[in-house]
Design a protein around this ligand. Structure first.
Ligand code: DOR
Length: 444
């Protein structure tokens, strides 16, 4: 029997106009069948969205699900539950697993496990090089045939420029992008944070902004030379954004993402923590790569997101075990568990009137889908178009809640904003018309 669900009373974002309007949405058998003013309920189950925003489910191009091999940090079940709580209905799984996702059998394993245990859609990203070692290309054709939606050695850059050139050429032939973690290791060395006054004050090794800018400039030059598509992961510096803006203006096939933390937090968090104490904190939960940058870089990231230089927001959700953060700053792992705080953190920009709610939702939904052409793999995601899967979120832009890392669905409790009050919450997340979150735990 056809299951019919009608969502009534919400401000609907997404269909056609990209604006928020009061409409009804009819879902039939897990797909959107109508979006209109006068929906006839006709015995359908009703979802009351009064006072809420109804938006397409968020799409994350950059999630570390850690499976296979690193399940003590996260696994497909826990990572996708975290995604559901954060409003994400599709996540792209990064290949820095153990072993790396560099061959078809590992991709098949991840897809099979995701089919069995994931709360949201999982699209795998294959490694660029064997073992992500940066020396020999992975079997990119096999990875594409197994269902990879892009290639990346994320966690490490593709340092060798000739290997990157070849990877771009192969990826182009396969119609896919290379997602590069842009960092010139000969400049960044073994830095543990951003190079600036904070790193000097703390006596920690800093990575200069130019380490990212130089790598981005190289990638844009190679994309231009090959005609291939490069996607810049987690952009964090003004210089990189200016290079991307100029590349796009020249018609280079370059797209980019920025994380919620690089849009809202600075390197001062490493020193003082989120609660602004005067004691030096050396907060390992603020250790992430690329590092939290200066206020000027944050401003450039926001401007780049607003003007479309940056195509989308991606979480770089990087869960780690407690022991990997409860140690000296030098020894701590890089990464922030970001799925469950992404929307609330980004809503700061809306409340501070730096970007509109429409722009924010666009950059979390259709923005990432367009950036990598994900519509080919999961038609209709990131939209509320008729015929699209009923992947949607109910959002309360004004709900206030306090981040409680201990209650995260993710195994990774590593957030530098634990205990911080946020305004803007995901109330419910649906995939194919089925509710997949337990938002009442998250929303205080
Ligand atoms: O902070 C980070 N953590 N940056 C990366 O590029 C990788 C990630 C991880 O996998 O932990």
């Amino acid at each position: 029997m056809t299951e019919r669900i009608v969502i009534l009373g919400g401000g609907i974002f997404g269909p056609a106009t990209g604006k928020s309007e009061l409409l009804g949405v009819l879902l039939e058998d897990g797909r959107i069948s109508a979006v209109a003013k006068d929906i006839v309920v006709d015995g359908a189950r009703e979802i009351d969205a009064k006072g809420l925003i109804v938006a397409p489910g968020f799409v994350d191009l950059h999630t570390h699900l850690r499976e296979p091999g690193l399940e003590y940090k996260e696994d497909i079940a826990s990572g996708t539950r975290a995604a559901a709580r954060g409003g994400f209905t599709t996540v792209c799984a990064m290949p820095n697993t153990e072993p790396a996702m560099d061959n078809a059998s590992i991709v098949e394993h991840v897809r099979r496990e995701a089919d069995a245990r994931a709360a949201v859609r999982v699209l795998p990203i294959g490694a660029v090089s064997k073992g992500r070692k940066g020396t020999d290309l992975a079997e990119m054709g096999d990875l594409a045939a197994a269902g990879c939606v892009a290639f990346s050695d994320d966690g490490a850059p593709v340092y060798d420029a000739t290997l990157m050139r070849r990877a771009l050429e192969y990826a182009n032939g396969l119609g896919l992008a290379i997602i590069d973690h842009c960092e010139d290791p000969s400049l960044a060395h073994d830095a543990v944070m951003h190079e600036g006054w904070v790193s000097t004050r703390l006596g920690l090794r800093g990575a200069p902004s130019a380490a990212e800018g130089a790598a981005v400039a190289r990638d844009i030059a190679l994309a231009e030379a090959t005609g291939a598509h490069v996607h810049i992961a987690h952009v964090s510096t003004r210089g990189a954004i200016e290079a991307i803006r100029a590349g796009k203006a020249r018609g280079v096939r370059v797209t980019a993402e920025v994380t919620p933390h690089h849009l809202t937090l600075t390197d001062e968090l490493v020193a003082f923590g989120a609660h602004g104490g005067w004691d030096l904190m050396y907060d390992t939960n603020a250790k992430v790569n690329p590092p939290l940058r200066s206020a000027d870089d944050v401003e450039a990231c926001v401007a780049g997101l607003a003007d479309g230089t940056i195509d989308c927001i991606a979480t770089d959700h990087a869960p780690h075990a407690v022991i990997e953060k409860l140690c000296e700053f030098d020894d701590a792992a890089f990464g922030i568990s970001g799925l469950e705080t992404a929307f609330g953190l980004c809503m700061r920009l809306v409340h501070e009137q730096k970007i509109s709610l429409e722009t924010l939702i666009e950059r979390l939904t259709i923005g990432p889908v367009r950036a990598l052409g994900l519509d080919r793999f999961a038609p209709g995601i990131g939209t509320l178009d008729v015929g699209a899967p009923a992947d949607f979120v109910l959002l309360d832009p004004d709900a206030e809640w306090v981040v409680d890392a201990a209650s995260f669905a993710s195994k990774g409790k590593n957030t530098p904003i634990d205990g911080v009050a946020l305004k803007g919450a995901v109330v419910a997340t649906y995939v194919g018309g089925v509710r997949v979150d337990r938002a009442e735990v998250l929303v205080g």
